[in-house]
Design a protein. Structure first.
Length: 120
């Protein structure tokens, strides 16, 4: 998600922590699933991301209890036409890495549970 928001694409966790006014370690633990966020933290993060996206978003698009999200992917949520993550690109060879050659733009940002649900 943070890669889709220009402000957060560089030092995203540190910038999000500053926007939310919490420590970097809190954001790191949140992103890595090491804490269960309070309602207050959920709302602060949602508000910060909404401000940076320039549109309101639902907290359920950022936080889940069952692995599903109302919006199918981060690309869709951020109005991205579909992209590939930075790590798909081999800068040394100036081309996509072999494992990404057949990837469809945007699929990498889909929730696996949501993708299965949409196919049925």
């Amino acid at each position: 998600m943070l890669l889709h928001i220009p402000w957060y694409s560089i030092e995203g966790q540190a910038r999000l922590a500053a926007d939310v006014r919490v420590s970097r370690s809190t954001i790191s633990r949140l992103i890595n699933g090491r804490i269960t966020p309070s309602y207050s933290l959920v709302m602060k993060v949602t508000d910060a991301v909404s401000r940076r996206l320039g549109k309101p978003i639902d907290a359920r698009d950022l936080f889940t209890t069952d692995g599903s999200y109302p919006t199918s992917s981060a690309c869709a949520l951020c109005d991205c036409d579909g992209c590939l993550p930075p790590w798909a690109w081999d800068e040394r060879r100036d081309r996509l890495r072999p494992e990404w050659q057949t990837a469809r733009p945007g699929d990498w940002s889909r929730s696996p549970e949501r993708e299965v649900e949409e196919k049925t």
